[in-house]
Write a protein that binds this ligand. Structure first.
Ligand SMILES: Nc1ncnc2c1ncn2[C@@H]1O[C@H](COP(=O)(O)OP(=O)(O)OP(=O)(O)O)[C@@H](O)[C@H]1O
Ligand SMILES: [Mg+2]
Length: 270
């Protein structure tokens, strides 16, 4: 996709986040233009989830700023951030298993900015995720992992956010289901929404995104574009540091072990 607009919709500016004495994100800066798809990849513990949590004001910042459309989110609560147009599809989906699919969607509606157009937004979601409509009255916990992921994305989209943050939407899903999730993300991109995609499955995310930031130990280690997705050496270097031979010889990647259920067909993860 060619990005017409270069106006930054989201600016993370020298952001630091600590958990007690542990620095999780260190003076990290990144920008996302309106309409852009930006991926954030990196090994376990790199700080990817923390960045998204910080944007949503779910964790405290120790320094720096995050701006939405030029306006600082420093004094905003999580609810206010959501109502200003940022939605998060959290890691592990976090749908409410005992509630029906419809009730889960209604929770997503709470963050809508406009008082009108809710029915149209719901229809658009049904069109994009037919499975959601099919199982509308079913307890969400009875859906498969892939269906729950679609519901989690649908719940975010129904609020019609300007910026959609997704934390590892492909985690634990079978390859064909991952295809469905990425097809949905492609449609969301076409609708003009800005997407920030956190993924451990680096190659797919890099190929999908307009630009990618590689995080390690809470800092940006590298910046990539879609064409870099086929450059295995570049990816390994970006992920593991300059000495790729050491990584090739090591059984376990630096930075932690793969999560359970992470498909192993990504060259970076081999
Ligand atoms: N609630 C917490 N309390 C203390 N430390 C935490 C907490 N959450 C994360 N951390 C630490 O902060 C660092 C960054 O964690 P984060 O979850 O942001 O990484 P990540 O890149 O999302 O990793 P993963 O790929 O495993 O999801 C890690 O060192 C992690 O152990
Ligand atoms: Mg994470």
């Amino acid at each position: 996709m060619s990005v017409q607009a270069t106006r930054p919709i989201l600016e993370i500016d020298c952001l630091s986040v600590r958990y007690g004495s542990v620095p999780a994100v260190r003076e990290l800066s990144l920008t996302v233009a309106a309409g852009e798809v930006v991926a954030i990849v990196g090994p376990n513990g790199a700080g990817k989830t923390t960045v998204l949590s910080a944007v949503m004001r779910m964790v405290a910042w120790s320094a720096g700023d995050v701006r939405l459309d030029g306006e600082s989110l420093r004094k905003r609560s999580s609810d206010e951030v959501a109502r200003r147009g940022i939605a998060l599809v959290p890691e592990g989906r976090q749908i409410f298993a005992d509630l029906t699919v419809h009730e889960n969607l209604r929770l997503g509606m709470v963050a809508r900015r406009s008082r009108t157009g809710a029915a149209e937004a719901l229809d658009a979601v049904f069109e994009q995720f037919p499975i959601v409509k099919t199982f509308l009255d079913r307890p969400a916990g009875l859906l498969s992992g892939g269906q729950q992921q679609q519901l989690a994305i649908a719940r975010a989209i129904v609020a019609e956010p300007d910026v959609l943050l997704l934390d590892e939407p492909s985690l634990g899903l079978a390859p064909t289901v991952i295809d469905t999730v990425f097809a949905a993300l492609a449609a969301i991109r076409e609708s003009g929404r800005t997407i920030v995609l956190v993924e451990q499955r680096a190659q797919r995310a890099i190929a999908f995104a307009d630009r990618t930031y590689v995080l390690a130990d809470g800092v940006v280690r590298d910046r990539l574009v879609a064409a870099d997705a086929t450059d295995a050496e570049r990816l390994r270097a970006a992920y593991f540091g300059a000495d790729t031979r050491a990584v090739a010889g090591a059984g376990t990647p630096t930075g932690g072990t793969p999560k359970v259920g992470t498909p192993a067909d990504d060259p970076v993860r081999r």
